[in-house]
Design a protein around this ligand. Structure first.
Ligand code: GLC
Length: 567
């Protein structure tokens, strides 16, 4: 190594900065696992990149965009279900767990994607749909064939209460009764989601064995972990007690109900512990789709002995739908002190895009950067949703006939479905945003001409460039990766600010969540600093900012300000 290079290397280390390659090791010298330092990126494969121009994205499309993802700063991609499926719930109805849907390619395409990703240091996470299969899965086809079928007990079959009456009052979360009568054997089967998604019977050890084997099969193929779909619905009350009915009706016109006997049953945790043992044999990570009502529920998903999910997602964070420093402060403090490693998301394929949820219609691009400045600088692992980095907006159907997502068809107009947040990735300002030269399966919104990868790469002030700079900083800063989270100015209603502290190194993050400029001052005497100085790392201020004293800082509306603290 030449002297100059060595000197800058030593300088970087002395400021708590680590080269990216170190951050990608499976376990670092301080015992951090790779997934604690990784940035995850969720890909909805139908909508990411279409290599054969049939209007639907595919695995080869994803492979062709790996360089983009690498440059962005992504370390792991979570691909939502790409297995053979009748696509009633766009892949969340799996008919073969150990193959690729021809619409997305072949196993060979998967292997090529995995090997190209690995060359770039990008890991692959698949989606494990555990609660249910498709009604076209061979297990269910056999199960429904007769009461004595080998797979009969792999699903939940019951007699009705009386003529035309399901076994109990449970409702599907996608509308109407959770029981469907199958004329073949004149019994009802249970489905928490669509009738085409029958629930597996997790009380049957054969089901557990078969499903665990699925994970082993993919681990051996190089998969680094799974995102576990709908984990809270695995078990049902064996006595099928009726759920308590609440006042009013839901968006499908059904009575409101507390899912007391068919959700979040304690047995879920035993399965997660067993699944974790299998994952540990392969050094894999388990990410949970964990919808929780409070922090205690979230804590349980880490497991009493950290023996369940390494990465349960905190969806309570996504439920703070306005730029409220007090609310974010409260939630961050709760998850930061929960004892596990926090996992932050701001959107996904089931949630209206963050660009719309937080945007005020006037400053949406600035607000998109503000949200990035928040969840990418917290202590924990962020999971991005494709398109967030370019400011993709929701593009909801305006007419019922256009809706593709069945919940939008059943629930229209109150429930428009999830098509709006699943539209094609916007690569260029050309036709169909460069996603396909065919007819895209969902329409591309008009904003694709301004918000797309090609245009934003050319604009230093774009959302994309901001994400890139922020992620590069995050990867190189031990303080941002591992530093403690220390909230500051806890009564400030407008500016959310905190320190990240690693050993003696500190980074200050200040986020002005209001549309007005605000002056802030920071008292860091608690950290033993009397007149600290700042060294700017990143800002969205329109005026150039100088390094210097931290006594009074004027933040522009919706500004993100990140600085290293010097003594
Ligand atoms: C999860 C998925 C959602 C799907 C449902 C049923 O909530 O995220 O998209 O419809 O499970 O599998």
């Amino acid at each position: 190594m030449d002297k100059k290079l060595l000197a800058s290397f030593v300088l970087l280390l002395s400021f708590g900065f680590v080269p990216t390659a170190w951050a990608q090791k499976a376990v670092d010298s301080e015992g951090h696992q790779w997934w604690q330092h990784a940035v995850f990126y969720e890909i909805y494969p139908r909508s990411f990149a279409d290599s054969n121009n049939d209007g639907v994205g595919d695995l080869s499309g994803i492979t062709s965009k790996l360089d983009y993802l690498k440059q962005l700063g992504v370390d792991a991609i979570w691909i939502t279900p790409c297995f053979p499926s009748p696509q009633v719930d766009f892949g969340y109805d799996v008919s073969d767990y150990e193959n690729i849907d021809p619409m997305y390619g072949t196993l060979k395409d998967f292997d090529r994607l995995a090997s190209e990703a690995s060359k770039r240091g990008i890991r692959i996470i698949l989606d494990f749909v555990m609660n249910h299969t498709s009604d076209k899965h061979p297990w269910f086809l056999d199960s429904r064939s007769s009461k004595s079928a080998a797979h009969r007990n792999w699903y939940l079959w019951r007699d009705g209460k009386g003529a035309g009456q399901p076994p109990n009052n449970w409702e599907s979360t996608f509308g109407h009764s959770a029981w469907t009568l199958d004329p073949k054997t004149n019994q009802y089967y249970y489905h928490y989601f669509y009738p085409q998604q029958p629930d597996l019977n997790w009380r049957n050890p054969a089901v557990e064995k078969a499903m665990f084997d699925v994970t082993r099969w993919w681990y051996r193929r190089g998969v680094a972990g799974f995102r576990l779909d709908a984990v809270d619905t695995l078990f049902e009350d064996p006595d099928l007690r009726d759920n308590p009915v609440l006042a009013g009706t839901n968006k499908y016109g059904d009575p409101n109900m507390e899912d007391k006997y068919n959700k979040k049953l304690p047995e879920v945790h035993e399965v997660l512990q067993d699944l974790r043992r299998v994952a540990d044999e392969h050094g894999a990570v388990l990410i949970g789709e964990t919808w929780t009502d409070d922090i205690d529920e979230l804590k349980q998903y880490y497991g009493e002995h950290s023996n369940e999910l390494q990465m349960p997602m905190d969806f309570m964070f996504t439920e703070i739908n306005k730029l409220s420093p007090p609310k974010f402060r409260k939630q961050i403090a709760a998850v930061d002190s929960a004892g596990g490693w926090p996992v932050f998301v701001i959107s996904n394929h089931d949630i209206v895009r963050s660009y719309v949820r937080y945007g005020d219609g006037q400053h949406n691009d600035r607000i998109a950067k503000l949200m990035a400045g928040l969840y990418l600088t917290l202590r924990g692992t962020p999971i991005m949703y494709y398109g967030e980095e370019i400011g993709m907006t929701n593009n909801d159907a305006t007419r019922q006939e256009e809706v593709k997502d069945p919940i939008g068809k059943i629930g229209w107009p109150e429930e428009k479905g999830r098509d709006g947040e699943r539209t094609p990735m916007q690569w260029t300002d050309g036709p169909n945003a460069g996603f396909t030269s065919g007819k895209p399966w969902l329409p591309v919104p008009p904003t694709s001409t301004s918000h797309n990868v090609a245009s934003e790469l050319k604009n230093p002030n774009s959302i994309l460039e901001f994400y890139k700079r922020l992620l590069a900083l995050r990867h190189q800063s031990r303080t941002l990766l591992d530093g403690q989270y220390i909230p500051l100015n806890q009564d400030d209603p407008n500016v959310l600010s905190y320190l990240r502290k690693y050993k003696h190194e500190m980074v200050l993050v200040a986020l002005n969540m209001s549309e007005e400029a605000h002056k802030v001052s920071f008292d860091l005497s608690g950290q033993g600093l009397v007149s600290p100085k700042s060294k700017l790392l990143l800002t969205t201020a329109s005026e150039p900012r100088k390094d210097g004293a931290l006594r009074e800082l004027s933040l522009e509306p919706f500004e993100v300000y990140l600085a290293e603290i010097l003594k």
